[in-house]
Design a protein around this ligand. Structure first.
Ligand SMILES: Nc1ncnc2c1ncn2[C@@H]1O[C@H](COP(=O)(O)OP(=O)(O)O)[C@@H](O)[C@H]1O
Ligand SMILES: [Mg+2]
Length: 274
């Protein structure tokens, strides 16, 4: 049984109301009949240009937004029908990491509070255990213990992304959607984050849905790739195979993107081993 399974997911957004009167001006089929499966321990890469529906798909799978139609299963459980204790359990198991770590970190909170917040919300530990867990999490993502006392603005973009990752790991999730996690970062810093995600996956047995507009980034981490275009998956396959013999012209155009990220990732792979 796959860990994650989506069937025929559709999300239609109404376009805005006209200021000149009249009703909704049509609709956008942001996700238009997407089915996918993700096996435990693998990374499914979703790649496609801006506006192709990647973020909407990720949010549908986590039930951060409700689909127009279709179904999502997590470890066999119907995500869209879950409620109460079942839904809270699912909320712990499935997490998200965003592109813009600054926008998603409360500037008034200390890093220790930010990382501990999911533990508090889910009321899963006492305060001493929580402090201990925060230290473990900061170390796991390559930050000093003293980071807990500081505020997000004191950190660089890459360090802030590490804070976001520590927070996402707090509840020991099984599945993480990473939505453009390195797109706001310099190439070399992004490469460190990609390597960190790879190491955390091995260490904690994580399963990823890795979203990016960049084929060089996706192909580094993904075991399989699904190419998204205008709300649909136009091609999917194991990474090696899809890269070696892309069937769809859109996939071929994505593969012509610059490989600088890949070079940066392998360059600092040996240097980066925390
Ligand atoms: N909340 C929303 N309301 C209306 N339209 C939306 C909303 N979210 C996304 N869209 C539209 O859905 C399409 C897909 O967006 P998105 O999933 O963000 O794509 P991507 O992440 O691939 O850039 C776009 O046309 C976008 O404008
Ligand atoms: Mg997006």
């Amino acid at each position: 049984m796959p860990l994650v399974e989506a069937r025929d997911l559709v999300k239609v957004f109404p376009l805005g109301e006209s200021i000149f009167g009249g009703g909704a001006q049509g609709e956008v089929r942001a996700v238009d009949g997407v089915s996918l499966q993700i096996e435990a321990g693998e990374t499914l890469g979703i790649v496609g240009e801006s506006g192709s529906g990647k973020s909407t798909l990720g949010r549908l799978i986590l039930r951060l937004i409700e689909p127009t139609s279709g179904s999502v299963r997590f470890a066999g459980q119907d995500v869209l029908r879950a409620s109460g204790a079942e839904l809270r359990r699912l909320r712990r198991d499935m997490q998200i990491i965003f592109q813009d770590p600054f926008g998603s970190l409360d500037p008034r909170m200390r890093v220790g509070e930010i990382v501990a917040e999911p533990l508090l919300v889910h009321n899963s530990t006492g305060s001493r255990e929580r402090r201990q867990r925060v230290v473990e999490l900061l170390r796991a993502v390559g930050l000093e213990e003293s980071a807990a006392e500081r505020h997000p603005h004191e950190f660089s973009g890459g360090q802030r992304q590490r804070i976001g990752i520590a927070r996402a790991l707090a509840l020991r999730p099984k599945f993480i959607v990473t939505d453009e996690p390195v797109s706001a970062l310099d190439v070399s810093v992004g490469a460190q984050i990609v390597n960190l995600l790879a190491r955390l996956q091995r260490e904690f047995g994580l399963t990823y849905l890795f979203i990016s507009h960049s084929m060089p980034v996706v192909r580094y981490l993904a075991t399989r790739i699904a190419v998204m275009y205008r709300g649909k998956i136009v091609e999917t396959g194991p990474t090696e195979q899809l890269v070696a013999s892309p069937a769809h012209p859109y996939t071929r155009s994505l593969l012509q993107a610059t490989p600088e990220m890949e070079a940066a990732v392998s360059n600092q792979q040996s240097a980066f081993n925390t």
